[in-house]
Design a protein around this ligand. Structure first.
Ligand SMILES: *Cc1c(COP(=O)(O)O)cnc(C)c1O
Length: 396
């Protein structure tokens, strides 16, 4: 099928929940993807921070093939080897002791919100409220929608769950003021992704940890977008020397396979017992085998170091553009999640780049977001910059 045929079929039969770009991608390898008409693109989106080790990483593909020939699925009523091994890997490389597996970021956050509630209710304590951040994004299920501090995703679904309150990111006084004796948890992305690549101020996450500790409140880090190597460390919280009580993962975890995870310390995780939470496909053999291979690839193939090096290089090159284009306001990022805030809409720039064989994405209306695979090379960064400059030259 051609781009046109796939688009027509989509328009006729697929739910219209996405404003899709007018191409259909049919092949990917490393940092490149190809559309149905054979056009090649340098990919700085990576399936939205999903394909961290690159498209179709050989070890991930090999793990999927090997697992697919043995066993695709069994119920979680039985033990699952690849799931246990993946959980071990996450325990060894994080603050956490136990992982609950699910299939998406929203589900991982859903589990985290439920676990925080269960943690207190199982102790006979009536704490059920959750504080989240303005401009946050936590998913589209009913609880995670309510956790999301952005009006645009909530419109038309009110009344929402009323157990969430919202405070500005990077404002410790606001957190202090918002905590009550009913607060169970504070949920935040260590770096806000969808909200515009917003970084925590120095000391903010440490301060947040202390406030939560003092008030006996759990701290949840949503690392669905920034986890699994994206910031140059396996988990983003490592950059800030702060450990959460619960962490959620999804996008990058499977290297392209759908899987979500909620990682927690034993003292918190133990509030979940048999029957307290579940999902049929969570941690199935196929997704777990792929995720184990993806995490190992990120850890073992120098991707974290490359992420830091190329991330710094992209930031340096983007900073240089500020003197040339007055509409560029700020460049910010960590590792290979980078945002460039402008006075002009990101949309037409994204489209202009796509026409020239470069995939980029916005984060909100005015921020251009860069999310290449962690294997991106300096030459590919230069290639990206050449195309970007060509497009920025056309901005009025
Ligand atoms: C994408 C995202 C989610 C939602 O993940 P889904 O897999 O789409 O449900 C949650 N939190 C953050 C920070 C995200 O970027």
């Amino acid at each position: 099928m051609s781009n046109k045929e796939i688009i027509e079929l989509t328009d006729a039969h697929v739910a219209g929940t996405y404003a899709r770009f007018p191409i259909a991608l049919v092949k990917g390898k490393g940092t490149r993807v190809w559309d149905a008409d054979g056009k090649e693109y340098l990919d700085f989106v990576s399936g939205l921070a999903v394909c961290n080790p690159g498209h179709c990483h050989p070890k991930v593909v090999e793990a999927i093939k090997a697992q697919a020939e043995n066993l695709l699925h069994v119920s979680n009523l039985y033990h699952i080897g690849p799931q246990a091994e993946l959980a071990q890997l996450l325990s060894e490389h994080s603050f956490g002791d136990r992982t609950f597996f699910c299939n998406s970021g929203a589900e991982a956050n859903e589990a985290a919100i439920k676990l925080a509630r269960k943690y207190f209710s199982s102790r006979g304590v009536e704490r059920y409220q959750v504080i989240s951040m303005k401009k946050s994004f936590h998913g589209r299920t009913f609880a995670t929608l309510a956790a999301t501090g952005q009006k645009k995703v909530r419109i038309g679904y009110e009344p929402l769950l009323e157990t969430f309150t919202y405070v500005p990111f990077n404002d410790l006084d606001a957190i202090k003021a918002a905590i009550t004796e009913k607060t169970s948890a504070v949920i935040t992305e260590p770096i806000q992704g969808e909200g515009g690549v917003n970084l925590p101020d120095d000391g903010y996450l440490k301060g947040l940890r202390k406030i939560c500790d003092d008030a006996g409140v759990l701290l949840i880090f949503d690392e669905v977008q920034v986890g699994v190597g994206r910031t140059g460390t396996l988990f983003a919280y490592e950059n800030y020397e702060v450990e959460p009580d619960i962490m959620t993962l999804a996008k990058g975890l499977g290297g392209g396979m759908a899987i979500g995870a909620m990682v927690a310390k034993e003292s918190v995780a133990s509030a979940f017992g048999p029957g307290s939470h579940a999902t049929t496909f969570g941690g199935n053999p196929l997704a777990s085998a792929a995720a184990k291979a993806a995490v190992e690839a990120v850890l073992d193939e120098g991707m974290l170091a490359n992420c830091k090096t190329q991330g710094a290089y992209i930031m340096e090159r983007l900073e240089e553009l500020k003197s040339k284009y007055s509409f560029i306001k700020e460049v910010r990022g960590k590792g290979l999640i980078i945002g460039m805030e402008m006075d002009v809409p990101a949309g037409p720039i994204v489209t202009g780049c796509m026409d020239r064989g470069l995939l980029l994405i916005g984060a909100g209306e005015l921020v251009l977001r860069f999310l290449p695979a962690l294997i991106i090379t300096r030459e590919e960064v230069d290639e990206m910059m050449d195309i970007l400059v060509e497009v920025l030259d056309t901005v009025e």
